[in-house]
Design a protein around this ligand. Structure first.
Ligand code: PSV
Ligand code: MN
Ligand code: MN
Length: 388
């Protein structure tokens, strides 16, 4: 099996957004190991993100996290991104680091704290207005640690009201994306634990609200590709947060723990039409690099997604459908796994070179001298650390 022109045409427009926080020192609630060359401000994070795109042509946008990426002038940050050849992407809100939110944010029983959390989201929409960004991603740390600690049902009612107040403020082309996570930092219950809860809230809000699926936010053994298929079928999959997990929300390099799972997810993406340029689904990395180098870690990640997409595009869907309809269990499975086991790396390397890109972007980064340059220039870099 080889990658033909039809497959290359579909890969041509693939875009994977990178997270600004991947370039800072972040990654665990234990020791966060600092690295030389760490960006000192959001402008430098954007510059690092642009390097990933220059070497791969796969990452044309960078997601922001507010307030971590708060700057005096978002107009300047937008211009800086454009000068570097990329654009600003999804704005992520943050209601998980202030003392006020100890017992919740959009779900809190105190209307003043709820309003504070709503106002933060309105401020994020202001940032979107100033930068031309269309997506607001909401992940809530809200939940409880002990049975009986709070009324889990009225928290749902308050969440619905708070989300409606935020949704109301969205512009015509803007979207509210609601991410779910089954546990952590809350351990007994989470207010948006699963796709069903996110689906119910986004359905009630309206068409501009959609679900975010973070691959690290499921219990072990969950069939994530089924959720992908279902949300695409329902027209409610707004975005992916890609990463790998072994045990919990490990935020490791996507495709590192289980490339076959990433292949199966990308197969459902393709099957559901979500690779089409017109699809509303966006693909975003949500990773941290605590012990590995950050920029090469991001390069590796976008390439992993590209490789598994290419393999999923190799599935002979006509033959697969025929085998499925004939009840040929082993035959169907063989067609599926044949594609997965095909090494697409030589074909993709040749394709990269034909487009003026390095065959091996990780090696090209190592040879570029960029890391040495930022190590020398950026002294005293500290960025928000993140551990949930
Ligand atoms: C929460 O675990 C999460 O996946 C959310 O997407 C946050 O915004 C992100 O991590 C922060 O790194
Ligand atoms: Mn996430
Ligand atoms: Mn996460």
């Amino acid at each position: 099996m080889t990658i033909n022109d039809d497959i290359l045409a579909q890969l041509e427009h693939q875009a994977i957004e990178v997270p600004s926080w991947a370039y800072g020192n972040s990654g665990t609630r234990f020791k966060v190991f600092g690295t030389p060359g760490t960006p000192r401000n959001p402008f430098e994070k954007v510059s690092d993100a642009a390097v990933v795109n220059r070497l791969t042509r796969l990452a044309p946008t960078v997601a922001l996290h507010i307030p971590w990426d708060m700057v005096d002038s978002f107009e300047d940050l937008r211009k800086h991104a454009e000068d570097e050849g990329i654009k600003l992407g999804t704005v992520n809100s943050n209601t998980f680091q202030d003392d006020a939110y100890k017992l919740g944010s959009l779900t809190h029983s105190d209307p003043k704290i709820r309003q504070m959390a709503i106002d933060h989201h309105l401020q994020c929409i202001d940032v979107m207005d100033a930068t031309g960004v269309e997506d607001l991603k909401i992940w809530l740390a809200d939940g409880t640690n002990y049975p009986g600690q709070a009324d889990i049902r009225s928290r749902q009612d308050r969440l619905a009201e708070s989300l409606a107040a935020i949704y109301e403020r969205l512009g015509d082309n803007q979207r509210l994306l609601l991410e779910y996570k089954f546990f952590e930092p809350a351990f007994y219950h989470t207010d948006v634990p699963d796709w069903g809860t996110s689906f119910a809230h986004t359905l009630a809000l309206g068409e501009k609200a959609m679900v975010v699926l973070d691959t690290g936010h499921h219990a072990p053994g969950t069939n994530i590709e089924f959720i992908v298929a279902q949300l695409l079928r329902l027209g409610k999959l707004g975005a992916f947060d890609f990463n790998s997990r072994f045990y919990a929300d490990d935020d490791l390099i996507v495709g590192a723990a289980d490339p076959y799972q990433l292949f199966r997810i990308m197969y459902e993406v393709i099957r559901g039409g979500a690779l089409d340029p017109a699809s509303p689904v966006s693909f975003v990395l949500d990773q941290c690099h605590n012990i590995e180098e950050k920029i090469p870690g991001q390069i590796r990640s976008v390439i992993n997604v590209q490789e598994m997409t290419a393999r999923a595009l190799l599935v002979d869907r006509t033959a697969l459908t025929a085998a499925q309809e004939a009840g040929d269990v082993l035959g169907a499975n063989a067609i599926f796994t044949d594609a997965f086991y095909t090494d697409v790396r030589p074909d993709l390397a040749a394709w990269r070179e034909s487009r003026g890109l390095p065959a091996d972007p990780v090696a090209a980064y190592a040879e570029s001298g960029y890391q040495e340059k930022i190590n020398a220039e950026r002294v005293g870099g500290t960025q928000a650390s993140w551990g949930a």
